[in-house]
Design a protein around this ligand. Structure first.
Ligand SMILES: [Zn+2]
Length: 319
């Protein structure tokens, strides 16, 4: 882990929480302005909780405080609905419901949340992409070590990258009808997967092939937003564009009923429509199987329609 970049992740999370707290306060003011009774109940609730904290050591605590709070909460929900708000309008606002924007999940042994890992990866990418334009022309093979074999075919990292680059270039030149329409890049970070993804994107744009490049994290956020707002436009574009490039599969938050379902639907419908999709991931095939469901994996690894490239070697950002 790069400490400086990790600090940026923590700063971004802190900023997220500040923004969300601001939004919570704004909602509170809005709701109380429309229905003052909500404000009165919140006040009563706060006083009761505070009183029980102060009296905990001296006097017997308020009888059944939890029940009372529950009752107040129910009443607030009722009033919210009656005044045209959603019942959960005053619930805490989280960008990532998995970790509540703390960046960590789990209670005992804390683990870095997938949202924090996603932030970290995309910041690392920015850090390492010193060329602003990532194209096949600028692709520099000499950055990859050529000293020892890294894969089963006995290729060095540079030799492997030369093959992958040529394959991706032919793929991009054959758009919108390459032999295999789904590409999967998998392997550790810093091996050039994102770079090649962007080269394909750049070549497609050069050739006026409609193409969209998105991280899996952005994709799931877009999906979630469209569920809430019922606006399908952004999602439709992901279903319909000739070429869709999804970077960093596996760093998106796992939202029940959204993540796995949406990813499967996109891949499935695109394949049925004969559209091209390129996906990169740091996960191993085994981890992909564990994280996603069987239907998605069998779509992704179907040998007839799908080419997977296994990136081997060492992180060139650490050289
Ligand atoms: Zn999170």
């Amino acid at each position: 882990m790069n400490n400086q970049v990790f600090q940026q992740v923590l700063n971004a999370l802190a900023e997220r929480r500040r923004q969300n707290e601001k939004e919570e306060a704004r909602r509170r003011d809005e709701a109380v302005a429309r229905c003052p009774e909500i404000g009165e109940i919140m006040e009563a609730r706060r006083n009761a909780v505070m009183a029980s904290v102060y009296s905990a050591f001296s006097a017997p605590a308020e009888e059944n405080l939890a029940g009372k709070v529950e009752e107040w909460n129910g009443r607030i929900r009722q009033l919210l609905c009656r005044n045209g708000f959603a019942a959960d309008y005053l619930d805490p606002v989280f960008t990532c419901p998995l970790c509540g924007d703390t960046g960590y999940t789990g209670s005992g042994k804390k683990e870095l949340c997938s949202c924090a890992r996603g932030l970290y990866a995309s910041l690392m990418d920015k850090e390492s992409s010193f060329e602003d334009e990532q194209t096949f022309e600028r692709f520099d093979l000499s950055r990859f070590p050529d000293d020892k074999p890294v894969d089963r075919k006995g290729r060095t990292q540079r030799g492997q990258m030369a093959v992958f680059r040529d394959y991706c270039r032919s793929f991009a030149d054959a758009l919108p009808h390459p032999a295999k329409k789904t590409l999967l890049f998998y392997g550790g970070s810093g091996l050039g997967k994102t770079y090649l993804l962007r080269c394909i994107h750049a070549r497609a744009q050069e050739r006026d092939i409609p193409a969209l490049c998105i991280t899996a994290n952005q994709l799931i956020r877009t999906a979630r937003k469209s569920v809430f707002s019922r606006e399908q436009e952004d999602m439709d574009a992901l279903y319909e564009t000739d070429l869709l490039l999804i970077d960093d599969l596996g760093t998106e938050p796992m939202i029940e009923g959204v993540t796995v379902e949406e990813l499967f639907n996109i891949l499935n419908e695109r394949q049925n429509a004969g559209l091209c999709t390129v996906i990169s991931t740091n996960l191993t095939l085994e981890n992909l199987q564990v994280r996603y469901n069987e239907r998605f994996i069998s779509r992704l690894l179907n040998r007839q329609t799908c080419q997977s490239l296994h990136f081997d070697g060492i992180d060139i950002r650490q050289l």
